[in-house]
Design a protein around this ligand. Structure first.
Ligand code: SF4
Ligand code: SF4
Length: 249
């Protein structure tokens, strides 16, 4: 298959399209999409087997998002509005659903992977987190846990114009909000289910049919991120060898 040099990168849970011009030109609406490769952390995935499930699932989600964006562009004749640094959604959304496996991923990433230069700011933000937006992982206008941001963020993409301050496009212009492709979301959940002790294919199919994952969902704002800030501090106080031994999530 001939794939044009078209790259979709999700930016802070949103999508940036590299072939779109600055003027809102919709050239490229019928182009094929290549999606970002699966993120890989080989050492961590060996030590934390659940991490491989999460990254596999995210790769499937990202593939589905890429295809859905391409479909949306053709259908709406609009480009995705999401660009790097556009963060109104991270500042405005009061409900950011996450699954326990995703929370484990964000916890792991914050403790072990966030760069030195961002750690103090993130710790302070997590420590003072309330139950309202902005998202505690929004640093400046970027997502501090971007490689492992939740499915909800990965799939939240808006076409046309970018969201205005305080706008929830689900209510103001639902037609511009990307509709994720159910099959990809289901496949991602299928991959994640062993984390919850559901390992047989038959049971996984039933779990998906019965919306098992809906019973697990948590709003990001209801989580105790203060304890994550404390764990980051404990991790930072360790020497490098001890960090390797102690870093299990
Ligand atoms: S356009 Fe809306 S959904 Fe997209 S990145 Fe900006 S604020 Fe978020
Ligand atoms: S986790 Fe928070 S900061 Fe990151 S993309 Fe989602 S809402 Fe934005």
């Amino acid at each position: 298959m001939f794939v044009l040099p078209y790259i979709i990168t999700t930016v802070c849970g949103r999508s940036r399209t590299s072939d779109d011009d600055e003027n809102g030109n919709t050239e490229g609406l019928t182009m094929n999409v290549s999606v970002p490769p699966r993120r890989a952390f080989p050492e961590d995935e060996t030590r934390l087997p659940w991490l491989a499930l999460l990254l596999d699932a995210y790769a499937v989600v990202d593939k589905g998002v890429g295809i859905a964006v391409n479909r949306g562009k053709r259908k709406l004749r609009k480009r995705p509005a999401c660009t790097e640094g556009c963060d109104t959604c991270c500042r405005a959304n009061t409900d950011i659903p996450t699954y326990p496996l995703e929370l484990a991923g964000m916890t792991w990433y914050a403790i072990e992977k966030v760069q030195e230069s961002d750690r103090t700011a993130l710790r302070e933000q997590l420590s003072s987190q309330g139950e309202t937006p902005p998202c505690p992982f929004l640093l400046g206008n970027s997502c501090a846990v971007y490689p492992v941001r939740p499915i909800a963020c990965r799939q939240f993409i808006v076409f046309g114009k970018s969201c205005s301050s305080g706008e929830d496009p689900f209510y103001t212009r639902r037609e511009d909000v990307l509709t994720p492709i159910r099959d990809y979301t289901d496949e991602a959940i299928f991959i994640m289910l062993p984390f919850y002790g559901i390992t047989r294919d038959h049971d996984k199919v039933n779990a998906i049919k019965n919306n098992f994952m809906h019973t697990k969902v948590q709003n990001i704002f209801s989580c105790n991120w203060i304890s994550l800030a404390e764990r980051m501090s404990s991790f930072d106080a360790l020497g490098s060898e001890d960090r390797r031994k102690r870093s299990g999530v």
